[in-house]
Design a protein around this ligand. Structure first.
Ligand code: NJP
Length: 236
């Protein structure tokens, strides 16, 4: 049975991925800060899912939940770095706390999980799936810092792939807008008004989950290094 840790499993893309993978017989470690929500999902999925309540920005906490998981269940076969957030705002007048939070969660949080999981992943020639974005490839207005954090994920994914060929598989999934709670973090009311419907009319989280499962289940001698999935409309 493959062991898969999904960060940001309490809602949106992470939850949809957990739902799909739980039907496929994997053992899941579900990581997020919302302990209660994780417990609900675990009780729904049954004995092959465990809750890993944790903030990805807290390195010691990440180390503790990962090492507990490995002690109980063995090495990590797949790490899905999905936890992330974005605050929409123009750079002028942007809130420094929000900029710092995006860097802390989207970059440092991912690095914390990779640093802790890498030795275990390398024991089993495992797989890292990083949740990038169209904003990993393109810069959009009102989301400059978010775009910077998602550009960083491409560099992190590529450097893992370059340094560890045939020891690790690395996939970056880059979606356009997806209908999740993601946009609700935005504190600027004008931005919320501008983007709310736009995200609601975007991709379904289940469609991203399908691509993640497809990447994980691709033949071991191959790697889907980059998957870009866009809403089929003029603006993304
Ligand atoms: O968003 P949402 P998505 N420590 O808000 C968790 C990327 N993406 O599913 O801690 C640990 O439903 C949070 O859990 P909790 C996006 O950048 C999205 O859309 O309990 N976990 C929740 O489970 C992100 O990387 C769109 O609050 C933390 C999850 O993260 C990924 O997709 C487009 C945490 C967020 O779930 C999933 O986002 C795109 C922390 N410190 C890329 N902070 C889109 N939706 O349009 C947050 O291109 N979480």
């Amino acid at each position: 049975m493959k062991n898969i840790i999904i960060t940001g499993a309490s809602s949106g893309i992470g939850e949809a991925t957990a739902r799909l993978l739980s039907t496929k017989g994997y053992r899941l470690g579900l990581l997020a800060r919302s302990t209660q929500r994780l417990e609900q999902l675990v009780s729904e999925f049954g004995e092959n899912a465990v809750a890993l309540p944790c903030d990805v920005t807290d390195y010691d906490a990440v180390r503790e939940v990962f090492s507990n998981f490995i002690s109980a269940h063995g090495d990590i076969d797949v790490l899905i770095n999905n936890a992330g957030l974005g605050f929409f705002d123009p750079l002028v007048g942007g809130k420094i706390e929000e900029w710092h939070t995006m860097v802390d969660v989207n970059i440092k949080g991912v690095l914390n999980c990779i640093h802790v999981a890498l030795p275990s992943l390398l024991n089993v020639a495992g797989h890292i799936v990083n949740l990038g974005s169209l904003a990993s490839h393109q810069v959009f207005p009102n989301s400059g810092v978010y775009c910077a954090t998602k550009h960083a994920l491409i560099a992190i994914s590529d450097s893992l792939r370059i340094e560890l060929p045939d020891k690790l598989r690395v996939t970056t999934i880059s979606p356009g807008s997806v209908d999740t709670q993601f946009i609700d973090s935005t504190s600027n009311p004008n931005m919320l008004l501008q983007y709310k419907e736009y995200f609601a009319a975007g991709l379904r989280p289940e469609w991203i989950a399908n691509q993640i499962a497809h990447a994980i289940e691709s033949p071991a001698g191959s790697v889907l290094s980059e998957i870009i999935i866009r809403p089929n409309r003029a603006s993304k």
